[in-house]
Design a protein around this ligand. Structure first.
Ligand SMILES: Nc1ncnc2c1ncn2[C@@H]1O[C@H](COP(=O)(O)OP(=O)(O)OP(=O)(O)O)[C@@H](O)[C@H]1O
Length: 282
């Protein structure tokens, strides 16, 4: 579905993407993560054919990019992180423009407005829409032509809790139906909740690629926090459970001290991300 081999993208002397290789099968909900400036948007632009790589190769749906962009374009949806609607037109009119462009029946407009819970606002000018409504209209627009691959750039930023759940479920449904979902997000809870596989990049380089669970298992640092009362003074201490000496020290404290609290720390995907991208866990 997507095959990236040894991708390099330079801006002058600056390497924005550095030797990136990825293989993403059809129907996968793939998370593409990295700190600010890591090279995510640059990579997505190359995958969309908006930018020609310095070297390396990209294949999307079996077509070479950017050479065969026109052939692959009808099968791709791209939900950018900023809206670009015609504000003086209604939501329905905005979608109608795209429906005509892609030869999609108008019944699909009503269906997608309903899926994104925008039916009531269908005939209201987009100018009056809230930020969240504009984002949802953007998603409806990019799904209208039933693409086989959809790029979502921060789709749940600025959405309320209800809409976040709606959009996350929608991405999961799309993947379950065989659409490949390429998701960029800074929301680590989202990644843990919905992604099948995740790639983390930093400074243009791939750090690791796997399932969220495998990331946690491989990179987890296990800590136990203890509080005990020693002669009327509250002592707090953390033990690294991967260190045999600290495990023994913890066992000793539990046996000999009056422990008030023994608490193993939860290691989340966010902690893995921070660890891999340079922010220490402790
Ligand atoms: N057209 C350009 N010319 C020069 N440098 C660029 C250009 N586009 C991007 N860059 C640089 O490439 C690097 C990667 O940028 P990119 O936008 O891909 O990062 P990102 O991972 O999407 O970041 P964010 O999470 O902040 O959106 C940055 O240092 C950016 O300044």
């Amino acid at each position: 579905m997507i095959k990236i081999s040894q991708l390099n993208i330079r801006f002058g002397d600056f390497k924005a993407v550095d030797g990136l290789s990825l293989d993403i099968p059809q129907g996968e909900l793939f998370g593409f993560l990295g700190p600010n400036g890591a090279g995510k948007t640059t990579t997505i632009r190359a995958l969309n054919g908006a930018l020609t790589p310095t070297s390396g190769s990209i294949e999307v749906l079996g077509y070479a990019m950017p050479k065969e962009l026109q052939k692959v374009k009808p099968f791709i949806g791209y939900v950018p992180d900023t809206e670009n609607h015609y504000e003086d037109m209604t939501g329905h009119e905005n979608l109608a423009l795209y429906a005509r462009l892609y030869g999609v029946p108008f019944s699909e407009i009503d269906r997608w407005l309903s899926v994104l819970q925008l039916s009531e606002a269908a005939h209201v000018k987009v100018r009056t829409y809230s930020k969240g409504m504009k984002k949802k209209l953007l998603i409806a627009r990019e799904l209208l032509h039933a693409p086989k691959l959809v790029f979502f750039d921060e789709p749940t930023a600025n959405l309320d809790a209800h809409s976040i759940q709606l959009v996350r479920r929608l991405m999961q449904d799309l993947a379950a139906q065989g659409t490949t979902v390429f998701l960029t997000t800074h929301d680590m809870e989202e990644v843990e909740q919905i992604c099948d596989r995740v790639a983390i990049i930093a400074k243009g380089k791939l750090l690791d690629c796997d399932t969220p669970t495998a990331f946690i298992t491989r990179h987890a640092e296990r800590f136990c926090d203890v509080q005990y009362d020693r002669d009327g003074v509250m002592v707090r201490h953390s033990y690294h459970l991967d260190d045999p000496a600290q495990r023994a020290a913890l066992a000793h404290i539990i046996q000999t001290e009056h422990c008030l609290r023994v608490h193993s720390r939860e290691f989340k995907f966010e902690d893995v991300f921070k660890k891999l991208t340079g922010e220490a866990y402790q």
